[in-house]
Ligand binder design. Structure first.
Ligand code: BEZ
Length: 252
């Protein structure tokens, strides 16, 4: 999940679309009154609250203390716990596990799958969406090209954007049977002329580089010129998001 010093208010301003798009995933979750549901990587808790509005008892977990504190103060009636998605345990199992736009931050993907499978009741539902294979490859590729042109050395990223096959086989090996899986393009508008710069300012902690901040910012400026022909349309920056959505059930 995002770094522990994640800026919750900046995140809510610049990445409100995470919650907006996540609402569609609630239709797949179909939370019911009386169910016990876990929201993994709940961020500032807006979707957790919408699950709770169905009458389910929901717990939100996030690795970021800032996110958890913001979620608790916004929705004091809901339980939020600071926990690492790759290493968590609850005494009582859940009827469903939900996660939106969080699991690509967990580099120990196996640990996350093991923790989620352990937390589900037999027959429990599994409903997640994350960045999938090829996610933001143009956007991040523009930055990598800028690094290369500017001679800034090696650059990589820490996100995990799996294919359907890769994530499904991990789930199956932990007793979660995927019943539906999609990998689909979801072009995502970024706010304002500074959309690309803001995106890298907010999420760039996952970019692996040793260059100082000023050099990084110069590379982002160069990336804007590289990316403009592909990602700037009618005055709006459009990020090349690809989502992996998986619906499944715990079978053993
Ligand atoms: C995503 O939701 O796909 C995403 C968000 C921030 C950084 C990388 C990917």
């Amino acid at each position: 999940m995002p770094p522990s010093d994640w800026n919750a208010s900046l995140y809510d301003q610049a990445a409100h679309f995470v919650t907006d798009y996540g609402k569609a995933l609630l239709d797949d979750l179909k939370p019911q009154a009386g169910e016990r549901i876990l929201d993994v990587g709940c961020g500032t808790g807006h979707l957790t609250q919408q699950i709770s509005a169905s009458g389910a008892t929901v717990i939100g977990i996030d690795s970021s203390q800032n996110m958890v504190e913001t979620a608790r103060s916004t929705y004091p009636e809901i339980e939020f716990v600071q926990a690492d998605a790759a290493h968590f345990e609850f005494a009582d199992p859940f009827d469903a596990i939900f996660s939106n736009a969080a699991l690509h931050w967990v580099s120990n993907a196996k640990g996350a799958v093991v923790s989620m499978a352990r937390a589900l009741k037999p027959g429990g539902r599994f409903v997640i969406e994350m960045g999938g294979k090829g996610n933001v490859s143009i956007l991040v590729g523009g930055l990598f090209q800028a690094f290369q042109e500017m001679g800034l050395g090696e650059v990589g990223h820490r996100w995990f954007f799996p294919s359907i096959g890769e994530y499904s086989s991990m789930l199956e090996s932990e007793g979660i049977e995927p019943t539906l899986a999609w990998l689909f393009e979801r072009p995502t508008p970024l706010l304002g002329e500074s959309g690309v710069r803001d995106w890298f300012a907010l999420f760039g902690d996952a970019i692996q580089t040793t260059v100082p901040k000023e050099e990084f910012e110069r590379a982002v400026e160069r990336a804007e010129s590289i990316l403009r022909p592909q990602l700037y349309k009618d005055g709006v920056w459009i990020a090349d998001y690809r989502r992996l959505r998986i619906i499944g059930r715990k079978i053993s």
